[in-house]
Design a protein around this ligand. Structure first.
Ligand SMILES: C[S@@+](CC[C@H](N)C(=O)[O-])C[C@H]1O[C@@H](n2cnc3c(N)ncnc32)[C@H](O)[C@@H]1O
Length: 126
């Protein structure tokens, strides 16, 4: 329960890990207070579905998805055309490290168990 260690560590150190396991500076302008507010909101409202346009390094997503996980249900959908390019996969890597991403992005209803998941969609950039 509470904000995940992966998020607390990244906000504290200003460092995240990219898809190759290499440390990279965290660019997020989301503060610990912002993340806590998001977490508390999702815990209080208990939504089944949340959607985030602009995933970046997954800072907000870590707070939202952990709150869904602690609620016991819910799916967080994220979209960002630059996740795998500019952001070097930091967001999905962080969610994987925190155990908050459903491998393969299979919708929750198709999986066993009640764990919340993050599904990720990446728009094609032209
Ligand atoms: C301020 S950042 C988002 C911060 C993020 N929510 C967080 O928690 O750190 C804005 C994001 O919008 C993304 N973005 C830009 N154009 C977009 C589009 N057409 N659709 C979705 N996301 C987009 C950028 O790649 C960037 O990651």
């Amino acid at each position: 329960m509470g904000l995940p260690e992966v998020l607390l560590d990244a906000l504290d150190s200003g460092v995240a890990v990219n898809r190759d396991g290499v440390e990279t500076p965290l660019q997020a302008n989301v503060t610990l207070a912002d993340a806590q507010r998001l977490y508390d909101l999702v815990r209080a409202r208990r939504p089944e579905v949340t959607i985030e346009l602009g995933f970046a390094e997954g800072t907000s997503a870590l707070a939202i998805a952990q709150a869904l996980e602690d609620n016991g249900y819910g799916t967080h959908h994220v979209v960002d055309p630059f996740e795998n390019s500019y952001f070097e996969g930091v967001g999905l890597t962080s969610l994987n490290r925190a155990g908050l991403r459903n491998p393969g992005g299979v919708p929750r209803g198709l999986r066993r168990g009640s764990r919340s998941v993050v599904t990720a969609y990446f728009l094609r950039v032209h």
